[in-house]
Write a protein that binds this ligand. Structure first.
Ligand code: NA7
Length: 536
């Protein structure tokens, strides 16, 4: 694609999920021309692709929504405590309509390459439907947007229907009367299995690693609760933004070992009954102290043993190989109880390793299980997968793949040295997946909009982090992570689920509020750690 054929805009935004939508809105407010390039057929990002049965947000709907427009947050009514995927997708569509966003979005357009022309200070962005040329490039590509099929021999030979939870078809899928195999027991599987089991003739779950899951206690939206939020939405949102995860809930300031066992048990029980991820706020030190963490983990294992009738199945479902919370904690509706159904069987792949997939089903050390359908709930190439799928070349032809060979290197998770005028929304090195994504998305979009405004005021054409500031941020990110238990788990936070991916802790664990203060300070002080120059 030659530069001459490329359509000029001020900003190319890649991705029309919640990040891309809000970015476009803010860019218009700055008077900049923008195009959003999106490979899906409509807005919604992760909620457009992840439409598997039971898909639901694990952040309460009153908080998993935009805060930038007071009228929007007053007008929109969520029907449940935790919104399901169809309602969240409808919300994304409503926002696109309300702010007339679709006219600047090119759907079914996959970005293949982005090259920085230093001489002209322009990014050339190539797609399967033509090229664009822009001063700035904003990657709103999502953290969990590159679905990953597992490396299992024979996977292509399966003769039945094959699904991936992160790439679910848009036509209705029924499992009535069918024998379904589910591979994986992460968050997606934990949501999908109870719903599929209620319909299918038989479900066989192939589990490699059990996960901790807390009941959601999902319910129709309580009018009083909605009213409490809406009466003072602005103040509640301000408090949420300063929380560790960007989610407003009560965090106990005591450590788990500071109270006696009976009180500890009572606190866990209250959190378990209340439901949701706020379970991890039961004590202040659950992600930093192994002893404290053990008490929470043992409490949850106790509930699994209580719920699951067959002791061997309960034991196989009880996680013992990682501290609770160091892999994304799951939130479920009837997940463990589903194993009491006569049509559901758990195959423990640690005891009976997966040998391969055949034309008829799944072969393990315990024999072959015949399946009509296979559901792969095997996750994503998280945080860097969508960026790695685009051939990105910065200053002097530096490839992002090369610059990030030993793990992503960013300053504040927002930009990477050598890639001028390219921003990442919720990029690696920012709280991102450890936070309420809506809060982190809005923070990044606002920061980027602020930086673009500051550049215009100073008549600067180019912004780029300095190598020294970036090295310091990467070092700080690792240091903070190593103060926690997170690196002890072979999780996708560590890149552990993708063969050959460097094992580094990808998000920033210092806390959403702390991180916001750092970013705000950088902006207030005129962007130290970034070089702003007139030309490239
Ligand atoms: P996850 O959390 O990455 O879960 C993937 C699951 O698939 C997990 O149980 C894996 O087991 C399993 N898996 C992956 N590869 C294999 C192979 N080869 N054999 C057997 N099992 C395998 O993805 P989700 O989609 O559930 O959730 C991602 C995030 O989306 C979630 O955290 C929420 O934030 C939303 P493993 O643990 O690797 O042994």
């Amino acid at each position: 694609m030659s530069t001459s054929a490329a359509r000029p805009v001020d900003v190319v935004v890649v991705g029309a999920g919640f990040a891309g939508l809000y970015m476009l809105h803010r860019l218009r407010g700055l008077g900049l021309s923008a195009v959003v390039l999106e490979r899906a057929g409509d807005v919604g990002g992760t909620w457009w692709w992840n439409r598997y049965p039971g898909a639901r947000c694990d952040v309460e709907s009153m908080q998993y929504s935009y805060s930038f427009d007071p009228a929007l947050q007053q007008d929109w009514h969520w029907s449940e405590r935790f919104a399901g995927q169809p309602e969240i997708l409808a919300y994304a569509g409503h926002v696109a309509d309300r702010f007339d966003l679709r006219r600047d979005i090119r759907f079914e357009t996959s970005v293949t390459a982005a090259r920085f022309d230093a001489g002209r200070g322009r990014w050339l962005v190539e797609t399967d439907a033509g090229a664009w040329e822009a001063r700035f490039c904003v990657m709103a590509t999502g953290c969990l947007s590159t679905a990953k099929l597992p490396e299992i021999p024979g996977i292509e030979s399966f003769a039945g229907r094959r699904f991936h939870t992160g790439h679910w078809p848009h036509h209705p899928v029924t499992f009535a009367g069918r024998r379904v195999g589910v591979i994986g027991t992460g968050s997606s599987a934990i949501q999908a299995i109870p719903v599929i089991a209620a319909e299918a003739a038989r479900v066989t779950v192939f589990q490699r690693t059990p996960n901790f899951s807390i009941p959601s206690r999902n319910k129709p939206m309580d009018g009083d609760y909605e009213g409490w939020w809406k009466r003072d939405y602005g103040a509640h949102r301000r408090r949420a933004r300063m929380m560790r995860t960007g989610i407003l809930y009560e965090i106990n300031d005591k450590g788990a070992m500071e109270v006696d066992p009976a009180e500890r048990e009572a606190i866990y029980r209250r959190r378990w009954e209340a439901g949701g991820t706020s379970f991890m706020g039961a004590f202040a030190d659950l992600i930093t102290s192994q002893d404290s963490n053990d008490t929470a983990a043992e409490f949850v294992r106790g509930r699994i043993r209580e719920i699951v009738a067959d002791p061997a199945t309960a034991e196989a479902l009880a996680p013992k190989d990682h501290p609770i919370g160091t892999k994304r904690i799951c939130v479920d509706t009837d997940y463990f109880a589903t194993y009491n159904r006569p049509n559901v069987t758990l195959v423990n792949l640690r005891a009976h390793p997966l040998a391969g997939i055949t034309e008829a089903g799944v072969r393990t050390g315990a024999g072959e299980v015949t399946c009509d359908d296979l559901v792969f709930a095997t996750g994503f190439d998280a945080m860097t997968g969508a960026l790695a799928a685009i051939d990105i070349a910065g200053r002097d032809g530096l490839l992002l793949a090369e610059a990030w060979r030993d793990g992503p290197r960013t300053h504040l998770g927002l930009m990477s040295a050598g890639f001028p005028n390219m921003f990442f929304i919720t990029g690696p090195g920012s709280p991102s997946v450890l936070s309420n994504m809506m809060v982190s998305i809005e923070q990044h979009v606002d920061w980027i909009a602020g930086a673009l405004g500051a550049m215009a005021a100073r008549q600067a054409g180019v912004i780029e982090p300095t190598a020294a500031a970036q090295e310091e941020w990467v070092r700080h990110g690792m240091e903070v992570a190593n103060r926690t238990l997170y690196p002890r788990a072979a999780s996708w936070y560590m890149g552990a689920n993708v063969p050959g991916k460097p094992r580094v802790f990808l998000p920033y664990i210092g806390g959403v509020g702390v991180y916001r203060e750092i970013c705000d300070k950088v902006a207030a002080e005129g962007y130290p750690g970034f070089s702003l120059s007139r030309a490239a």
